[in-house]
Design a binder for this molecule. Structure first.
Ligand code: GFB
Length: 320
């Protein structure tokens, strides 16, 4: 990476708005920023509908944050994505255009937009480098979400080029951790498998159902690692290129399901339902750029699954 993209942006004394702070990523970023010497805006979801341009503009004009981290998005797993295309496209386009244009209007000093690994072509060569963007057709199961996220990345590029705004973007791979959505119909694979394995263990079922063939490969990033990476990017990166964030390690869905079963203590059978979609067969990110900025993840999948299961037991199964 060209050294001119490395920067030193000081967070001390800055006011920061994490848009989407009640979601899994937003809450992890808030928690991570608590150890920085900055002031955080606390905004609950019902107080501000981020799809409402007037409301967002008025909030921004009143509060004038120095820094914005855009973690807000309508998200979901493979079935939610393919069955609610209008919401995934409209909500995400509205959220990002309102915040990014509003940030430009009030002269925000730095903005970080969160993309997603599904922005890359379905058949991109692996590991996927940032240059693969817009070089081929998207994976159909999440194309709506992907198109919205690509638009967000391009907005950051466009505002940087035309208005010299210090807007950057980052692409994490599949995320998991505390605060995830544990509704198995709409969630991503890890929380869905935790719910299924726990329910099977407690009701003594002999098997759990795994969607698809079990052969797709995925790279999983713990949300606390992502939060740390985003704060690192805010401080050290200023450039046009969107930055991949991953672990460099991949696992098949079959192996993942076995790891989740082991973590939960479910000893029954894993039954694969191939009538459900596999989605992309592989999406491993090339994180060379991020590594060159001197950042690496620290939470291994086994440890992350254990802490996520513990969080699920304490907050979803038996909330205090
Ligand atoms: O996590 P997931 O829904 O998202 O599915 P994607 C990952 C893989 O796990 C797919 C399989 O091959 C699923 O078929 N799978 C097995 C399951 N059992 C289950 C289950 O019970 N629930 C779920 N959800 N999956 C996401 C996008 O795609 O990629 C997101 O949908 C985001 O929006 C993310 O972009 C990065 O990896 O297929």
């Amino acid at each position: 990476m060209d050294n001119s993209h490395k920067t030193h942006f000081c967070l001390a004394g800055k006011t920061i708005w994490v848009a989407g702070q009640t979601g899994m990523v937003g809450s992890a970023v808030l928690k991570r920023l608590a150890s920085e010497d900055c002031e955080l805006f606390l905004v609950k979801r019902p107080e501000l509908d981020l799809r409402d341009q007037k409301a967002v503009r008025s909030w921004l004009n009143k509060n004038k944050p120095d820094v914005i981290v855009v973690t807000a998005a309508t998200v979901g797993g493979i079935l939610a994505n393919s069955s609610r295309p209008a919401e995934f496209l409209y909500d995400n386009l509205a959220i990002e255009t309102n915040i990014i244009h509003g940030a430009y209007e009030i002269g925000v000093q730095k903005l970080l937009f969160l993309g997603s690994a599904c922005i890359y072509p379905r058949d991109a060569s692996q590991p996927i480098s940032e240059e693969a963007l817009l070089t081929g057709p998207l994976e159909p199961t999440n194309q709506w979400y992907a198109v919205a996220k690509i638009a967000g990345i391009k907005l950051c590029e466009a505002y940087r080029k035309q208005y010299k705004c210090d807007f950057i973007s980052a692409q994490p791979n599949n995320l998991y951790g505390a605060g995830d959505n544990f509704d198995p119909d709409t969630s991503h694979v890890i929380p869905a498998l935790i719910v299924k394995a726990h329910a099977a263990k407690t009701t003594v079922q002999s098997s759990i159902e795994i969607w698809g063939t079990g052969s797709p490969m995925r790279e999983f990033l713990h949300v606390d690692d992502l939060a740390d990476a985003l704060v690192h990017l805010l401080k050290t990166y200023s450039g046009l290129t969107h930055i991949n964030i991953g672990t460099g390690e991949e696992i098949s869905i079959h192996e993942l399901a076995q790891s989740v079963a082991d973590t939960v203590g479910f000893n029954g059978e894993l039954v694969f339902d191939s009538s459900k979609p596999d989605g992309a067969m592989r999406k491993l990110l090339d994180a060379t750029r991020m590594n060159k900025l001197d950042w690496a993840p620290s939470i291994h999948l086994k440890e992350g699954l254990e802490s996520t299961y513990k969080w699920y037991l304490q907050n979803v199964v038996e909330p205090t």
